[in-house]
Design a protein around this ligand. Structure first.
Ligand SMILES: [Zn+2]
Length: 161
């Protein structure tokens, strides 16, 4: 594909990316992927491009779904093994190709996960503004598991056994 300078345009379903999907409120959403294959001046086979889309996370203020934009940029060079990967110019990330098994979607998924906000919320979340200090409420919101309740459960199990 690199020799032919192929280009790929496509749409990936969020539900096809299980690790990304597990961080979202639901599996709705599509990621538009645009990739170009090429051979660079050092004869390295490269894959570059971007992926972007809108996914759904849970607003940490009102706990309703909130759309979140995600974006990934990739600039990869093909390596046949770890050793080759180490020797690639630094401006490339290695795409290690073993046999026919290319984990391109998985790499893009990683980048998309990194682009997720640490905390998602509606920009002007109605519920929260009536409480005043939004950040305070976000920090103390009740959906986070309480570490002490986990300890209590463990203790309960220990007592039973
Ligand atoms: Zn909200």
């Amino acid at each position: 594909m690199a020799e032919r300078e192929a280009k790929i345009e496509g749409v990936a379903e969020v539900s096809a990316m299980p690790r990304l999907n597990s961080l979202l409120a639901n599996g709705d959403g599509k990621i538009h992927v645009s990739l170009s294959f090429a051979v660079d001046e050092q004869r390295l086979r490269t894959v570059s491009g971007s992926a972007s889309g809108t996914v759904t996370q849970t607003c940490q203020r009102c706990l309703e779904p909130v759309p979140v934009d995600v974006e990934a940029e990739v600039n990869l060079a093909v390596a046949l093994n770890e050793e080759q990967a180490k020797n690639l110019p630094r401006y490339y990330d290695p795409l290690i190709v073993e046999a026919e098994d290319i984990e391109l979607l998985s790499l893009i998924e990683d980048e998309l996960i990194l682009s997720l906000p640490l905390v998602a919320y509606h920009e002007d979340c109605e519920i929260q503004t009536s409480f005043g200090d939004a950040d305070e409420a976000a920090r103390t919101q009740e959906t986070k598991p309480n570490p002490f309740s986990v300890l209590a459960q463990l203790k309960e199990k220990a007592d039973k056994s």
